[in-house]
Design a binder for this molecule. Structure first.
Ligand SMILES: *Cc1c(COP(=O)(O)O)cnc(C)c1O
Length: 367
């Protein structure tokens, strides 16, 4: 493979001496569940996010789950969300017995379309949970306005958007809470699983810490139903090694995206856009075309890895059959699922590799 779709080894190789030292320190101090490295990472990540609190979790899914619980999502509650995302966004809702209510996406950014949000609210709506998909902010101003009009809280799924900006301000604190993921493939990744709940609200922060530890802030007293959602000490240690690099990594992702843009404009592909006032961190670089499957095979034959995010929208997943959605309900999301193709984008890609990807795309004739 000339250009692998993703290369985690290339990310970790230069950090190896520091990672080894951080892991050895954890083995020495035996702080395996939370502990000082996790506490330090929480403080540093909150600062990096320009937020008051960051509470470390064992995954992004867990962080979103706890956010939904704190907003009172329960059987009978509805949460408005996007059908075009990774399934974990909806897990946070259904784990509590709540019902995801999907609204279609915007054709240009593939994020929840603010124009379609209004009609999704009902008397049972407890929260709105959009995703900053691919690292591009969803349209916060009109979505916040719809929420404020009805006094419904907004939670941001920031699992793909560490450091993205909307009108100059970092995403993740526009809503009442946000959920980050440190899955290894994200813009910053644990050596295993990890996540964080970020908020400016003191009460949510305190409660999230308790729910993450069996619903207990005083040992053996359990105020509400909780989970074992603690971040491992080892993950706090390795994330602490990576965090100082995250800003530069995001800058490099943006440079690669801009290079792709220059090289690929003029091809029949629909290229990613940055909406006015938005700064994407390009977790993914997703192009679109109806001949997606043929193009993917062509790239594969040329030694170029690619991937699909996401080929099957959530409203048509078997696990959600009981929600009663049909093909055709969200035509924009369904078309995006048929056309999307993710090209390699990670900070370690060389300029030569980026050019190789672009020339392989350009050599495709079968549009
Ligand atoms: C990765 C991801 C999650 C879940 O994060 P995990 O850490 O894997 O649990 C949630 N939402 C979106 C959009 C994601 O991409």
């Amino acid at each position: 493979m000339k250009v692998p779709y993703f290369d985690l080894q290339a990310r970790l190789r230069p950090l190896r001496p520091q990672l080894d030292a951080a892991i050895a320190r954890t083995l020495d101090n035996c702080s395996f569940c939370l502990g000082p490295d996790v506490a330090k990472f929480e403080a540093d990540f909150a600062q990096w996010c320009e937020a008051k609190h960051s509470i470390a979790f064992n995954s992004g899914t867990s962080a979103l789950h706890v956010a939904m619980q704190m907003l009172g999502v329960d059987p009978g509650a509805e949460v408005i969300t996007t059908p075009f995302t990774f399934i974990a966004t909806s897990w946070a809702i259904v784990y509590l017995g709540g019902k995801p209510v999907f609204a279609d996406i915007d054709e240009a950014t593939m994020n929840l379309d603010p124009k379609l949000l209004g009609r999704a609210f009902t008397a049972r709506t407890k929260a709105v949970l959009p995703v900053h998909l691919y690292g591009h902010p969803f349209d916060l101003d009109p979505i916040l306005a719809e929420c404020k009009k009805r006094n419904i809280p907004l939670v941001e799924d920031t699992a793909q958007a560490h450091g993205a900006r909307y009108r100059g301000k970092q995403v993740g604190t526009f809503g009442v809470m946000s959920g980050y993921s440190f899955y290894p493939g994200k813009n910053i990744g644990a050596c295993g699983e990890g996540g964080a709940l970020v908020t400016n609200d003191d009460a949510f922060a305190l409660r999230a810490k308790s729910i993450r530890e069996h619903g207990s802030s005083t040992r053996y007293y359990h105020d509400e139903i909780g989970y074992n959602y603690r971040m491992e000490g080892l993950q706090g240690a390795v994330l602490g090694v990576q965090l100082p690099h995250l800003t530069a990594w995001n800058t490099r992702r943006r440079a690669i995206a801009h290079r792709y843009h220059e090289l690929l404009k003029g091809t029949p592909l629909r290229l990613p856009v940055e909406a006015a006032g938005c700064e994407s961190v390009y977790h993914l670089y997703v192009v679109r075309h109806a001949a997606r499957d043929k193009l993917k095979a062509h790239l594969e034959a040329a030694g170029i890895g690619s991937a699909l995010h996401y080929p099957h929208p959530l409203h048509l997943q078997k696990c959600f059959a009981s929600l009663g959605y049909q093909p055709g309900d969200f035509p924009v999301a369904e078309r995006a699922a048929r056309e999307c193709l993710s090209l390699p984008i990670y900070p370690e890609l060389t300029d030569a590799q980026v050019e190789l990807v672009a020339s392989a795309v350009k050599s495709f004739q079968d549009w």
